[in-house]
Design a protein around this ligand. Structure first.
Ligand SMILES: [Zn+2]
Length: 149
């Protein structure tokens, strides 16, 4: 039975959304798009080393779905590394639990919520803070094959 459509829960936006091989102009590179939910699956399973069951619960999806997502994500990362592609983290089916504010002056990153942006960086007191949630947008479309009832 198909799971009911719902957005996958992501803890916070990725700090970096573009990676490329050094020294090669972007126009000469093929691109791979890693969705934000695929990024989160790699972060939970491979960076934090969580079991798939625990990671799937954090994202609000079933364990088999998590396993499919993380396998697809690993394939994309491997393809980018081996073939020297530009890797862009963008789109996907997700909602953010919180955001991160990055200071454009010192680079410090502070968790928070978009509705209550801090007035200043806790590290250097600069007011030039970027809301990283604004760099990633979920796709509006429902997954392929999903129909409204
Ligand atoms: Zn700062």
């Amino acid at each position: 039975m198909r799971e009911p459509y719902r957005r996958r829960r992501i803890d916070s936006p990725p700090r970096w959304t573009r990676f490329k091989p050094a020294g090669i102009p972007r126009r000469r590179l093929a691109q791979t798009i890693l969705s934000v939910d695929e990024y989160e699956a790699i972060r939970l399973a491979d960076h934090l080393g969580l079991e798939h069951l625990e990671a799937s619960r954090l994202m609000g999806i079933s364990r088999p779905t998590f396993t499919r997502v993380v396998e697809k994500a690993r394939h994309k990362v491997a393809k980018s590394l081996v073939e020297g592609r530009e890797l862009i983290i963008s789109g996907g089916n997700f909602s953010l639990v919180r955001t991160l504010f990055r200071c454009r002056d010192c680079g410090d990153v502070t968790p928070g919520h978009s509705e209550s942006k801090p007035a200043a960086c806790p590290e250097c007191e600069s007011d030039d803070l970027e809301d990283l949630a604004r760099r990633v947008r979920p796709n509006d479309a429902r997954p392929t094959g999903e129909t409204k009832k």
